[in-house]
Design a protein around this ligand. Structure first.
Ligand SMILES: [Cu+2]
Length: 451
């Protein structure tokens, strides 16, 4: 008899939990209400069947409970009952599946007026490309991929020159206009999904997939990779911002065309050298840093990484935590460097001869550190030389006290918390793998042993 009560409690608990649950769908922000309807329909059909089947079980346990005067009867065939069960099951299954076919047909047929946009997935970032004035995305091919051309855009295709490159994880789109999102991957399977839009689609290396939607709600929504794509899969996030067309156009106008990203202005060495005098006071004439002033070694840093950090400092993305006094110093300096002359300055620093910082921390176990470093190597490189395609700077040769402080700042959320800090956010999430001060010490000992 107990089992009947348990089953009854299970039914009641399930129904109560379902309606009291805080885990409902996120607010719908696109035209795909029909996908919600199919989900709801499947919920109701399976929910009703679940309750009925379990109530039937309760009844059977109760009604046929042991009675010493009752004998079992043998009743293998029951035509009417079998027919009814077959008919009801078929109706239930058809009700669940047929509407999905209609919705799917809509999903794969893109409206003609849809604007094309491309999203590129690669470990572990989303970036985007708009077609530019001609409205056509230029051809792309994996063999053209270089750190300067991460989309692998064909430089000889006339249609590619005006394509607009959005080297950011934040995608702005105009409200109420259908979008065809062309999806590509540079490495492994990813999956582009915006839960609020109810759409998701795999990106597959070597082929183009797509999805379409019409954003219907202004706001900022999360983009997630929904395909387990390697170590840092969970850090592969982005945002889509839905706004009025004029705001969207103002945003789009800030980004360079493909042709602009391919031309590198001439470098003025003496201009760079004299600009560097402001920096030399803290970072040293040779750029090797200064422990007393907490200024890191710059000689192993690449241009692209320094450019991003200068922008982050300037725009309040890095170094703005009230207790981060060293970061605030750099914020003040960065805002005095005019953007027009920064290119010469950073290229001057980039060509400075490499000076490796001496280790200052001791007691770390290099062998243990090596094992911990394995999870860092995918982004920072086996020799901690840095990998531009993943946005990860070189660490080898950097002062250990500086690396330590940055890792602590990341894990405390002083760095990598700003919503526009896509790379820092990734790094903040990665610091969870370090776990303890001892492990941090081992790790730094190992990085210090790399040259
Ligand atoms: Cu992914």
């Amino acid at each position: 008899m107990l089992i009947a009560w348990v089953l009854l409690a299970l039914i009641v608990a399930t129904v109560v939990l379902h309606f009291a649950s805080p885990w409902w769908l996120t607010p719908l922000a696109s035209n795909w209400g029909s996908i919600d309807s199919t989900i709801n329909l499947a919920f109701w059909v399976t929910g009703i069947v679940f309750v009925l089947v379990n109530l039937f079980l309760v009844w059977v346990v109760f009604y046929y409970r042991y009675d010493k005067n009752r004998r079992a009867t043998y009743d293998p065939e029951n035509k009417p009952l079998e027919s009814w069960l077959t008919i009801l099951t078929s109706i239930g299954v058809i009700a669940m599946l047929a509407p999905g076919l209609v919705v799917w047909a809509n999903f794969v047929n893109v409206p003609e007026e849809a604007n094309e946009v491309e999203a590129l997935g690669q470990q572990w970032q989303w970036t985007y490309r708009f077609p530019g004035e001609d409205g056509v995305l230029g051809q792309a091919n994996a063999r053209f991929v270089t750190p300067e051309n991460p989309f692998g855009i064909d430089p000889n295709d006339p249609a590619s020159q005006d394509d607009i490159i959005i080297n950011s994880h934040r995608l702005h789109l105009p409200i109420d206009e259908p979008i065809k999102l062309v999806l590509r991957s540079n490495d492994v399977l990813h999956n582009f999904a915006v839960p609020n839009f109810r759409v998701k689609m795999d990106t597959v290396p070597g082929i183009q997939s797509y999805q379409w939607f019409t954003p219907s709600l202004k706001g900022t929504f999360d983009i997630m990779c929904m395909e387990l794509c390697g170590l840092a899969h969970y850090t592969m996030r982005g945002q889509v911002i839905i706004e009025e067309r004029e705001d969207f156009e103002a945003w789009l106008a800030q980004f360079p065309t493909f042709a602009e990203t391919q031309s590198r202005p001439a470098y003025d060495h003496s201009a760079g050298e004299s600009l560097y005098m402001t920096c030399a006071g803290c970072h040293g004439m040779d750029g090797s840093g200064n422990a007393a002033l907490n200024a890191p070694n710059l000689t192993m840093l690449d241009n692209w990484y320094m450019e991003r950090q200068m922008r982050y400092y300037r725009e309040g993305i890095r170094g703005t935590h009230p207790e981060d006094s060293w970061g605030q110093q750099m914020v003040a300096i960065a805002s005095t460097v005019p953007e027009e002359t920064q290119a010469d300055l950073l290229r001057y620093i980039e060509q400075l001869p490499l000076v490796a910082s001496e280790p200052t921390l001791n007691g770390g176990d290099i062998e243990r550190g090596k094992r911990i470093y394995e999870s860092c190597a995918v982004c920072h490189g086996n020799q901690a030389e840095g990998r531009q395609l993943l946005g990860a700077p070189g660490l080898a040769g950097q002062a250990d006290w500086y690396l330590k402080r940055q890792l602590e700042h990341y894990s405390m959320g002083w760095r990598g918390r700003h919503e526009q800090d896509q790379f820092g956010t990734q790094m903040r999430l990665m610091t969870r793998t370090i776990q303890s001060p001892e492990r941090l010490n081992d790790l730094l000992a190992y990085i210090g042993s790399l040259q």
